[in-house]
Write a protein that binds this ligand. Sequence first.
Ligand SMILES: *[C@@H]1O[C@H](CO)[C@@H](O)[C@H](O)[C@H]1NC(C)=O
Ligand SMILES: *[C@@H]1O[C@H](CO)[C@@H](O)[C@H](O)[C@H]1NC(C)=O
Ligand SMILES: *[C@@H]1O[C@H](CO)[C@@H](O)[C@H](O)[C@H]1NC(C)=O
Ligand SMILES: *[C@@H]1O[C@H](CO)[C@@H](O)[C@H](O)[C@H]1NC(C)=O
Ligand SMILES: *[C@@H]1O[C@H](CO)[C@@H](O)[C@H](O)[C@H]1NC(C)=O
Ligand SMILES: *[C@@H]1O[C@H](CO)[C@@H](O)[C@H](O)[C@H]1NC(C)=O
Ligand SMILES: *[C@@H]1O[C@H](CO)[C@@H](O)[C@H](O)[C@H]1NC(C)=O
Length: 485
Amino acid sequence: MSVPLLKIGVVLSTMAMITNWMSQTLPSLVGLNTTKLTAAQGGYLDRSTGVLPANPEESWQVYSSAQDSEGRCVCTVVAPQQSMCSRDARTKQLRQLLEKVQNMTQSIQVLDQRTQRDLQYVEKMEVQLRGLETKFRQVEENHKQNIARQYKAIKAKMEELRPLIPVLEEYKADAKLVLQFKEEVQNLTSVLSELQEEMGAYDYEELHNRVSNLEERLRACMQKLACGKLTGISDPITIKTSGSRFGSWMTDPLAPEGDTRVWYMDGYHNNRFVREYKSMQDFMMSDNFTSHRLPHPWSGTGQVVYNGSIYFNKFQSHVIIKFDFRTSSISKSRQLDYAGFNNAYHYAWGGHSDIDLMVDEGGLWAVYATNQNAGNIVISKLNPNTLQIIKSWTTNHPKRSAGESFMICGTLYVTNGYSGGTKVYYAYSTNSSTYEYIDIAFQNKYSHISMLDYNPRDRALYAWNNGHQVLYNVTLFHVIRSEEL
Ligand SMILES: *[C@@H]1O[C@H](CO)[C@@H](O)[C@H](O)[C@H]1NC(C)=O
Ligand SMILES: *[C@@H]1O[C@H](CO)[C@@H](O)[C@H](O)[C@H]1NC(C)=O
Ligand SMILES: *[C@@H]1O[C@H](CO)[C@@H](O)[C@H](O)[C@H]1NC(C)=O
Ligand SMILES: *[C@@H]1O[C@H](CO)[C@@H](O)[C@H](O)[C@H]1NC(C)=O
Ligand SMILES: *[C@@H]1O[C@H](CO)[C@@H](O)[C@H](O)[C@H]1NC(C)=O
Ligand SMILES: *[C@@H]1O[C@H](CO)[C@@H](O)[C@H](O)[C@H]1NC(C)=O
Ligand SMILES: *[C@@H]1O[C@H](CO)[C@@H](O)[C@H](O)[C@H]1NC(C)=O
């Protein structure tokens, strides 16, 4: 093959990667672009959020506005004039407030780390995108006549991708916003400390309201930042090579800080022994584990460990069992009504994978299919204590033609198959009860995926890939519009 063709191959594959990433999301992102421009243009008028006190001199003021030339939200906290502060000492409450603010600071730091990670990914994409144009021009100059038609195609794609650049910039603004909140809370902490030192306390109620208000807005902001739409899946990292072709493994997203115990279930039936590894490190380095014997064998690979219990589908039934590892006993067991089982509605790979249990930011979910829904996927939100269905959604996607599925931020993502080239191609949002087709490719390194689940704590996908336990990072796209804050 000649050199120019090779070069074009590189450009095209980079193109494909970025196009995959953006396809489907582009229209809505362009929409955001429009919104943002509007916000920025009207930026100078700006409103303050409804926390202005009747008399500004007497209390705390929290201003939120889109003053920034880029339309970002700017928050300002103004402390009341000290002369207005009452004398009655409420040091204890103040200390509690301080603690609360410190707790907020911690949460923000966690969020900050995550956002930084995503940002690195986005920045990499940005460099690639910008480089693409240059590369394209070079190739074009060198070989103008030969392959004019391919050039045209690439050029058209390039045009399509252009709107992505401001979107990437917007993403960076999100990360900056987190930093800003961080600073704001730090400022608040020091103001509180000063107050405490100087006069014990002043009008506690007022102070408390202001902090609560700030806290509420921070939480809303964090939720928006923490959740988002799946836009990318990293290359996999192989953590371990062990077990049969089918199985599942995971960590508990609600485990306490520092607890990285790994839970491991080999096979999809005729097994009831769950392995517990002390830590991810142990899991990688050794074969030292503790075994837990479940009272019944499981079915499929849809188990999930959540808050110290394993939830699994009892073999040859549509019964879901919650087994508490702390007490080594069943704490709840309930039928999942109408759910197909026993290979009635398995995933494409088979293996009694009729009922898939999973956890996302919002809690516990069951994914299955029913006759009533013609074998299409049904999503149910479950109460983790009673196993009762809180709410169900019926999709139009046949369960048997789904490779695997996983839930992120209330959206179910379905893959196209378990072998060969795999991609996430269908997304059902329980929030809006709508679906869309997407195209997010990911590497199926060992050619057979029998389990794929999201862990909201690590923001990673855990997969069982033909006797290999692999991890993927995911990138979630979230844009904060200034008017939402
Ligand atoms: C998106 O923003 C860029 C610059 O910020 C602008 O040139 C472009 O026209 C915008 N696109 C839409 C559809 O508004
Ligand atoms: C701060 O966090 C600690 C530990 O997570 C908790 O015990 C404490 O109650 C929290 N304080 C406030 C005021 O929320
Ligand atoms: C925090 O305080 C510093 C110094 O007092 C100030 O420069 C900065 O603008 C403040 N940040 C926010 C977000 O209010
Ligand atoms: C295996 O784990 C147990 C407890 O988790 C520990 O007591 C033992 O020393 C470990 N053995 C090895 C070889 O690491
Ligand atoms: C996790 O389990 C603990 C103890 O069993 C319980 O107090 C807590 O509410 C549970 N958390 C959630 C989110 O279910
Ligand atoms: C849920 O959908 C509504 C509109 O349907 C939207 O306003 C809201 O932001 C969505 N929430 C999340 C978390 O996506
Ligand atoms: C995910 O990202 C973290 C932080 O950047 C990194 O340490 C880890 O190796 C990544 N994992 C995968 C599977 O890429």
